[in-house]
Design a binder for this molecule. Sequence first.
Ligand code: AMP
Length: 116
Amino acid sequence: MPTLFSKIITREIPASIVYQDDLVTAFKDINPVAPVHILIVPNIEIASTNDVLPEHEKMLGHLFTVAKQVAQEQGVAESGYRLIVNNGSDSGQEVAHLHVHLIGGRNLGPLVQTRE
Ligand code: AMP
């Protein structure tokens, strides 16, 4: 069963795709938390960082090069942005397809909530 993000990658589900190549796809988050909120995902299904293998290293390095390019194109490279990868329930991961949130366009405040 393909993940939600696989269906976006194959255009089965509509999304605002801002970048795509053979290895990764970047698209606008449907529920943005800041003026810029892009998800960058591997085209192959990796459920979470717990499932990353040595054979993924080249693709994941490329994903960061794409993150840099998308940040430039979205106009936040100089003002700053945050890359977030959630893993598992305590992080609030909702979609079991590894993804990097690229968030920017405003002051993002503290890294995490400081109280429980
Ligand atoms: P996470 O909580 O790290 O798993 O993040 C999942 C993200 O996917 C959330 O920020 C959602 O808003 C986003 N999302 C869910 N469905 C879609 C969709 N159809 N298109 C774009 N983003 C989505």
